[in-house]
Design a protein around this ligand. Structure first.
Ligand code: NAD
Length: 489
């Protein structure tokens, strides 16, 4: 069983005398690690280390700071398989999905390596004769990320590469459900040679998070997780005067028009709904057919769901892995039952799945609910499992209105061959990420990432220039240099 340590001030530390959270391999149910639930003292040590490292790191030229990220990028690439195996073993997704996750992480490091271009200030000379106005972007200080379980490797990379490149120092708090991936990644961070204290790792759960939210030396916090916790993080961190952005849950709709390429719509919707066992914030969970699209789509998506190969993500030919733990399997199965009790059809029912050789795993096969009604429990609730709810309307206006009536706004997609319909959808739909003939509209690292409505609390988003804005504070300097003085030179 793997020992999970904190990494504080360049040292691997065992936070002894704390409680532990058992981490099971979701496919086998075997105990693989125990996450130490660090007390506030570990956060205190990490914050002190990061605060002590900040002055020298801030004064390190940006073009030197990014050299550490270039090294880290190479290390991540050459250790991609090892990291991906760790992700699959603790999170349950397939090896290919784990690798794809890390490709996104690496992409963010690469974009952050362009920080010298991104952190540049601005100047307007002679706003009045001899007076110049200058905008500087300076780091905010010690920053932290609180991460969810579903992307054990990628999510922290939406933030820390930008923060470090911009001159901040950092604390990462992974989900207690998936601590092992960060052990591998922090070994590589150590090898990249960042100065002591510049980046720290603290494992734990609520008590650890609360200590981060309340620590006076931590100036900016990013969170990714469920909406209720996002609201809590946002309000408590803001009440403590910190910068904060909090990404929350989702219930992403896809609309299928009758003129869509039906094969493409079915294949891509199935990948979006069932990829990563539906445990993606960009997973499709509602499919709204319009007019004549209904029958062809329903039949084909049921076939796609029923034929997906489910099993241990490190075995070849597996298209979908397990959900994260027993509680999640029980919750997903219970919600499928709620949908059926509310009157939805259940042509493909993934409850009670047992995989030969993995009888103790937490598997739920792809599930389809039909005729789901707006306002029903199953329509409202984020299931976060491989469950797709089908709905039907008569017009694109009805479909967009239905999509927009949801409290979440993380992603919405449309399948069509009509440019006019696509333009209308893009214009009217209320979501931070929009796909046109795309099922997972995950922005590349050079675009910002976040949702709208109850899927996001904050202003600046993750990735790219939004991350630069979030992790820097602007200072405007107005300087007077009278002509009589400069004439001397
Ligand atoms: P979660 O909210 O349970 O946990 C996220 C983090 O918050 C963890 O680090 C956990 O330790 C901490 N936490 C949990 N409860 C807490 C509490 N009461 N007080 C303080 N800290 C607490 O989320 P999860 O189950 O790990 O992840 C799944 C959720 O994340 C889904 O809702 C999914 O939609 C969402 N998600 C959103 C995005 C996005 O970009 N919007 C991306 C990935 C996941």
């Amino acid at each position: 069983m793997q020992k999970i340590l904190n990494y504080i001030n360049g040292e691997w530390l065992d936070p002894a005398g704390v409680e532990y959270f058992d981490v099971l391999n979701p496919a086998s149910g075997a105990l693989i690690a125990r996450t130490p639930l660090s007390a506030a003292s570990a956060v205190e040590a990490a914050a002190q280390a990061a605060a002590a490292a900040f002055p020298a790191w801030r004064r390190t030229p940006v073009q030197e700071r990014v050299q550490y990220l270039f090294k880290l990028r190479d290390l991540l690439k050459s250790n991609l398989d090892e990291i991906s195996r760790a992700i699959t073993d603790e999170c349950g997704k397939t090896f290919e999905e784990s690798k794809a996750e890390m490709v996104r992480a690496i992409e963010n490091v690469e974009v952050a390596c362009g920080m010298p271009m991104m952190v540049k200030g601005e100047i307007v000379e002679d706003i009045a004769p001899g007076i110049d106005e200058i905008l500087l972007r300076q780091p905010v200080g010690v920053c932290a990320t609180i991460a969810p379980f579903n992307f054990p490797g990628m999510i922290v990379f939406w933030y820390f590469p930008y923060a470090l490149a911009a001159g901040n120092t950092y604390i990462v708090k992974p989900s207690e459900k998936v601590p092992a991936t960060m052990q591998v990644i922090f070994r590589l961070i150590e090898q990249a040679g960042f100065p002591k204290g510049v980046i720290n790792l603290v494992n734990g759960a609520k008590e650890t998070v609360d200590a981060i939210l309340d620590h006076p030396q931590i100036r900016a916090i990013t969170f990714v997780g469920s909406t209720n916790v996002a609201k809590y993080i946002y309000s408590r961190a803001a009440a403590n005067g910190k910068r904060v952005q909090a990404q929350g849950g989702a219930k992403n709709p896809v609309i299928i028009l009758p003129d869509a390429d039906m094969d493409m719509a079915v294949r891509i919707t199935a990948d979006s709904a069932f990829g990563c066992a539906g445990q993606r914030c960009l997973a499709t969970s509602l499919a709204i057919t319009v007019g004549e699209a209904r029958n062809a789509f329903t039949e084909a998506i049921c076939d796609a769901a029923a034929s997906r190969t489910v099993g241990y993500g490190l075995e070849s030919g597996i298209q979908m892995g397990a959900v994260i733990n027993a509680a999640s399997k029980a919750r997903v199965e219970q919600l499928i039952g709620v949908g059926a009790a509310e009157g939805a059809g259940l042509p493909v029912d993934g409850r009670g799945t047992r995989i030969r050789g993995y009888e103790n795993g937490f598997f739920v096969r792809p599930t389809i609910l039909t005729d789901v009604q707006p306002g029903s429990e199953i329509w409202k609730t984020e299931i976060f499992g491989p469950v797709l709810s089908l709905m039907h309307v008569n017009t694109i206006d009805d479909a967009i209105a239905l999509a927009n009536s949801h409290v979440y706004g993380n992603q919405a997609s449309l399948f069509t061959s009509s440019g006019a319909a696509a333009r209308k959808f893009r214009y009217e739909v209320e979501a931070g990420n929009v796909g046109i003939n795309i099922g997972v509209a995950a922005p590349m690292a050079f675009f910002p990432f976040s949702g709208w409505k109850n899927s996001f609390f904050g202003t600046h988003h993750g990735q790219a220039m939004d991350a630069v804005e979030f992790f820097t504070q602007q200072k405007v300097v107005v300087e007077r240099w009278p002509k009589e003085w400069t004439r001397k030179f």
